[in-house]
Write a protein that binds this ligand. Structure first.
Ligand code: CP
Length: 361
């Protein structure tokens, strides 16, 4: 059985097929209106969400299926101590597919290893958000007509921003990708993303201080919120915060074909005046999220019918129960699960946690 926990669970071809299916759904809405008749999606949201949960709900409704689930785990038996593993075993009795968001990194992987139905990671802590990535890819395809030969600026919180990590991973499999990283010192892209994703796949990347200096060369500006709560020093936040606020003046030097994306929610990093610029694509991006989630639900349900064998295939060489993860937000430190590590290909004898990607010796 196939699940979607990380964007790389899908090959580039499978990802493009899902994007193409979403385009067909957009062009032929009626054709898909009964495609999931009699099927049920469970939305298990342990962490707040507007777009992801409601777009999954709308997606299943437009496919003629039904939706059950929760948006506040404290009103469920989680508050009595029920684990993720037990919860998904229970939900597998009621539904055909799960979309799960959790604040613990790796929770979706635990779900996939225990469910009898496909699991979709709708965001696990700071780790990954693969359906946002599919949304972003569909948006870029619709707005610019291509997924290759792009210069994309990522701006804001590149350290904890799970949408940024997931999109860079997905784009690293395309050709001619140039990445410009625009972030304060504290929120720079983690080294493992630079070494094991960008360097490994030949992605051309560089770090800059301001968006103004690169605006004229960008095809995509991918904005994220600079999170005040991540700064140890409030003065430092005050010094950098205005460098990362997009205004019409800063956008003025951008190409006519530039598109501004943001996974949303926004706080103040894009002023509302920018919304009136036709290059601001972030609300169109939200609607694309519904269509691509329709395509993903259809694809995973089809694959589950073709191959109902349970489990989640771990990479060859995964080491079980021989190390501990040092990341306190990792589910392996919260719940009683097997520890899982895969060897890093960094030339040093080190391992990466399969749940959260934290690196350990
Ligand atoms: N983009 C995104 O994940 O939004 P929500 O947190 O509202 O689901």
């Amino acid at each position: 059985m196939r699940h979607l926990i990380d964007p790389t669970d899908l090959t580039r071809k499978e990802t493009e097929d899902i994007v193409d299916l979403a385009l067909d759904i957009i062009a032929n809405r009626q054709k898909y209106s009964d495609a999931c008749k009699g099927k049920k999606l469970a939305t298990l949201f342990y962490e707040p969400s507007t777009r992801t949960r409601l777009s999954f709900t709308a997606a299943m409704m437009e496919l003629g299926g039904n939706v059950l689930g929760f948006s506040d785990a404290q009103n469920t038996s989680v508050s009595k101590g029920e684990t993720v593993a037990d919860t998904v075993k229970v939900i597998s009795c009621f539904a055909d597919i799960i979309a799960m968001r959790h604040f613990e990194e790796g929770a979706a992987l635990v779900a996939a290893r225990n469910a009898r139905i496909p699991v979709i990671n709708a965001g696990d802590g700071s780790h990954a958000h693969p359906t946002q990535t599919l949304t972003d890819l569909l948006t870029i395809k619709r707005e610019l007509g291509r997924l290759d030969n792009l210069t994309i600026g990522f701006c804001g919180d590149l350290r904890f921003g799970r949408t940024v990590h997931s999109l860079i991973k997905a784009l690293s499999r395309h050709t001619g990708i140039k990445v410009v990283l625009i972030a304060p010192e504290q929120l720079r892209l983690p080294d493992y993303m630079k070494l094991e994703v960008c360097d490994k796949h030949g992605v051309d990347y560089r770090e800059v201080q301001t968006m103004e200096e690169v605006m004229p060369e960008l095809d995509i500006l991918y904005m994220t919120r600079v999170q005040k709560e991540r700064f140890l020093d409030e003065d430092e936040f005050d010094r950098v915060k205005d460098s990362f606020i997009l205004t019409p003046e800063k956008l003025a030097t951008g190409k006519d074909t530039l598109r501004v994306l943001h996974p949303l929610p926004r706080v103040n990093e894009i002023t509302v005046e920018v919304d009136n610029d036709p290059r601001a694509a972030y609300f169109r991006q939200v609607e694309n999220g519904k269509f691509v989630r329709m395509a993903l639900i259809l694809t995973l349900l089809k694959w589950a019918e073709e191959n109902p064998e349970l489990g989640y295939k771990l990479p060859d060489g995964t080491v079980v129960n021989s190390k501990r993860c040092s990341n306190r937000r990792c589910i392996s430190n919260m719940e009683n699960v097997e520890t899982l590590f895969r060897p890093c290909d960094d030339g040093i004898e080190s391992y990466r946690c399969a749940y959260c990607e934290s690196k350990e010796k």
